[in-house]
Design a protein. Structure first.
Length: 121
């Protein structure tokens, strides 16, 4: 049975990759101010929720449930990168390459929330 490293609920949804990054006319890619702000705020929340003292170095499974309060369609995988980066920024993981299993679900509810569960594999 897998051990839970982290389980938490976040208000709202992470930005999509299209809102997290932009490109210059010359093709250089950079993180947007809104993307940096989101990741800083969420990585601080994750740090507080993480009971470990050091980054986990093994393989993990990442389960994400996006609860949305509208029927607007968007690519479900476009919001995952921001969360993976937050887990690294918070010191929970060394690198998002440790994610060997990924499960992402969208549910329609009354308010927008993101549920994150990280398991040791």
């Amino acid at each position: 049975m897998e051990e839970v490293l982290l389980s938490m609920e976040l208000e709202g949804l992470p930005p999509t990759v299209n809102h997290l990054y932009r490109s210059t006319a010359g093709g250089r890619r950079y993180k947007t101010e809104a993307g940096r702000q989101y990741q800083q705020e969420v990585s601080n929340i994750i740090k507080q929720a993480y009971s470990g003292t050091e980054a986990y170095t093994g393989s993990v499974g990442l389960y994400i449930v996006f609860e949305v309060n509208n029927r607007r369609r968007w690519d479900i995988d476009n919001r995952v990168k921001a969360l993976q980066d937050c887990l690294t920024m918070a010191g929970v993981l060394l690198d998002d390459k440790q994610v060997d299993m990924l499960c992402v679900e969208r549910r329609h509810t009354d308010c927008s929330k993101t549920h994150v569960t990280l398991l040791k594999l």
